[in-house]
Design a protein around this ligand. Structure first.
Ligand code: ADP
Ligand code: MG
Length: 696
């Protein structure tokens, strides 16, 4: 691989400086190693020939075999095109060229048998194919599968085809001198019966049959995931061995008094179990890095508070960090009211905390009289110093990366324990990778008495009925959310529809009070409007997704989501979590346009069929792919997955993780000669990744 990494693509036969530049700007391919790792996305069976007479409906790319009957040109100048009538004996179709007409006309003749590869489309009742790939029948009859390579529009415009890639790449991989040293040790290859790297790279570009193709893909997927897991595991182990944590050995008055006198309701079984898991970590002497997953409304805040009280009992301070000002403020209000009888000093620090108050908070933090600090990112600024910070809670993890957590670890000589809370339920294999450095606890039970939110899909035709339903709930004294999408690219249009929606709502419900928030408002105005709704001085809240995370108004029992088709499933689930927080039956109405694409309808129907966040997340992952989540991953532990997918290759993730673990058990520093190859690969793959264990 090293040799290929050093070989600039422009020196590869058939490339040259101009093509090399295109490959670089369009696909980021700069070396021979990049080129041989430009994999086909799918394959066409070269042995199967379609009959034109059988074409129907939306066709994939296919092969046909026959002869050109005639060639004619139509139009002039830039609009000129060449049309070849092609017959395969079952029917005639049109083959169309817009470019390189002269060359094409010269290269192909009537009467000779060719095999054409391309995507047929239907106009009226005539079939045609534009710029197909063409082989003479004699050269095309090799058996096997032909790869279809990802291309960009620009590459296509410059006459790059799948065939171009095939030729360039197999020119390397099928050459007599092709050989690649396998970085994986014999032991791993043999135990898992993996194909060698050189063989896999050759086969994936030129498979003889499906069986060997699958083995090649498995080898390459495994390898990607193996290095990724190795990187994550090595990092975790380094951290664990390098860093001692606080040992919280006692449960004292803060915890006990609260538990006995102030607990607002009995804990659910899941809450109890999770607290036990966290306690065990905090008492282990190692620094805790734990992820607490729990669906919206599962009661994570109370768990966080109880754990913070344990920290106080062990003479340390605690801190809770939320992603937005609204959330931080709300957490602050909740915690304050819960601990009001206990003598715990809680304060709030955000970007809008005034200078004098900030000074006071800084002073109290440093002399230790402030027990729990709640806030936004403001709490990780370097000017914020604690007397003895022992425990940190981060709410809604996906917005905090490893880098930010690392800053928290520095807040004390002994790094504080960290509990990360998220309502984004992600499947296990993914959690293992994205949050690979965290242990995971799950609250899989909602507090008793909750009724699942009834979710329905409605179109504009039903708008009046939807409004009547809202009206009847408002008359019973309930509150309602109306949510509009506000998506960056289209902000102006969206803002307009939000404003119009607001006016419609005011006109439809003239005797009710309507509040109004969106992300572009000044924070003070936003908070004021939210406050109106939270204190029931407003009955309806018209809002954008700023209310997505964590807002808690149990009296709100209906949410209407406008243009629901524009939201992702996970986001819809988060939004829906704002209702169904009290004992009353709640409703979520997904409004969409009349005509929906099949996929979109299927997506929205998942929402109407289940309220289980894990099911929603899994469906989302399958339909959308793990793009967003891999995005988070890349900010932490960068790797660009080219062939493996965290969404669908869960099993291989597990195998790769086990194999990586076994290698590290055996040779923690990867110092042995047989692991030299792995080290070289890791260095090449992760050279820009920061080693966080060294930072803290
Ligand atoms: P989330 O996990 O979404 O952050 P919260 O912590 O905001 O959930 O809790 C949701 C609601 O459930 C709150 O109103 C909270 O007071 C209530 N709650 C939490 N735990 C329990 C419990 N054990 N029994 C009854 N209600 C609970
Ligand atoms: Mg919450």
């Amino acid at each position: 691989m090293d040799r290929l990494r050093r070989l600039d693509v422009k020196y590869i036969k058939g490339v040259g400086p101009r093509k090399a530049e295109l490959l670089k700007t369009e696909l980021g391919i700069t070396t021979a190693a990049d080129l041989v790792r430009h994999f086909p996305t799918h394959y066409i069976d070269r042995t199967s020939i379609y009959r034109i007479v059988d074409f129907a409906g939306e066709m994939p790319s296919v092969q046909i075999k026959g002869r050109f009957v005639s060639f004619t040109t139509q139009g002039e100048g830039a609009k000129m095109r060449l049309i070849g009538l092609f017959s395969d004996g079952t029917r005639v179709m049109e083959i169309v060229w817009f470019r390189k007409i002269k060359e094409i006309r010269k290269a192909y003749t009537t009467g000779v048998e060719y095999v054409l590869f391309g995507k047929p489309t239907e106009f009226g009742n005539r079939w045609s194919m534009v710029h197909p790939e063409i082989d003479t029948a004699a050269s095309a009859v090799q058996a096997g599968l032909r790869g279809v390579y990802p291309l960009t529009e620009k590459l296509r415009g410059r006459n790059f085809t799948s065939r171009t890639f095939y030729t360039l790449i197999t020119g390397i991989t099928e050459s007599r001198t092709w050989s690649v040293e396998d970085p994986l040790p014999e032991s791993v290859l043999q135990r898992l019966r993996l194909m060698s790297l050189g063989e896999a790279l050759r086969v994936i570009h030129n498979p003889k049959d499906n069986d060997s193709l699958q083995r090649a893909r498995l080898r390459l997927k495994f390898e990607e995931l193996f290095y990724l897991q190795l990187n994550i595991l090595r990092y975790c182990r380094d951290r664990q061995s390098a860093i001692a944590g606080f040992r919280f050995s006692r449960i004292g008055n803060y915890f006990n008094n609260f538990y006995n006198d102030c607990l607002p309701f009995p804990l659910t079984g899941a809450q109890k179990r999770v607290i036990k898991e966290i306690r065990a970590d905090m008492g282990s002497g190692k620094q805790m890095n734990r992820l607490l997953q729990g669906d919206v409304g599962s009661g994570k805040t109370l768990v966080a508070l109880l754990c913070m009280l344990i920290a106080l009992d062990n003479n340390t301070q605690a801190c809770l960090m939320a992603p937005t000002e609204i959330l931080a403020t709300q957490h602050y209000a909740t915690l304050r009211s819960m601990v009001s009888q206990t003598g715990v000093n809680v304060r709030l620090l955000t970007g809008s905390t005034g200078a004098r108050e900030r000074e006071e908070i800084h002073a109290q933090l440093e002399d230790g009289s402030l027990h729990i600090l709640v806030g936004t990112h403001a709490v990780i600024e370097d000017t914020v110093k604690f007397h003895n910070l022992g425990f940190v809670v981060i709410d809604e993890q996906h917005r905090f990366g490893v880098a930010q957590r690392a800053r928290l670890w520095k807040k004390n000589v002994i790094p504080p324990h960290v509990l990360v809370m998220t309502a984004t339920p992600i499947p296990r294999t993914l959690a293992m990778t994205v949050y690979g450095d965290l242990d995971v606890s799950v609250i899989d039970e909602l507090p008793p008495g909750r009724k699942p939110v009834t979710t329905v899909l409605r179109t504009d035709d039903h708008r009046q009925a939807v409004y009547r339903h809202i009206g009847s709930l408002l008359r019973q004294g309930r509150q309602a959310y109306i949510v509009y999408p506000l998506i960056k690219e289209n902000e102006k249009v969206d803002l307009k529809s939000l404003e119009e929606g607001y006016e419609t709502i005011c006109e439809t419900f003239p005797s009710y009070r309507v509040a109004y928030v969106h992300g572009r408002m000044k924070p003070a105005e936003k908070d004021y409007q939210m406050h109106l709704f939270a204190t029931h001085q407003a009955d309806i809240l018209v809002a954008t997704t700023v209310i997505e995370v964590g807002v808690n108004v149990p009296n709100a029992t209906v949410m209407v989501i406008e243009n629901a088709e524009r939201f992702g499933l996970s986001q819809l689930h988060q939004l829906r979590g704002r209702v169904g927080r009290g004992a009353d039956q709640s409703y979520c109405v997904l409004m969409s346009k009349n005509k929906l694409a099949k996929e979109t309808r299927k997506r929205l129907e998942i929402m109407t069929s289940t309220t289980d966040g894990f099911l929603v997340a899994e469906a989302d992952l399958k339909m959308r792919g793990p793009g967003d989540i891999e995005g988070t991953l890349q900010s932490g532990m960068a790797v660009d997955l080219k062939i493996a997918s965290l969404a669908t290759d869960g099993q291989i993730v597990q195998i790769a993780r086990d194999a990586a673990g076994a290698v590290l058990d055996d040779d923690p520093q990867l110092a042995r000669p047989e692991h030299y190859g792995i080290r070289r690969e890791m260095a090449a793959l992760f050279d820009r990744t920061v080693d966080w264990s060294r930072i803290s």
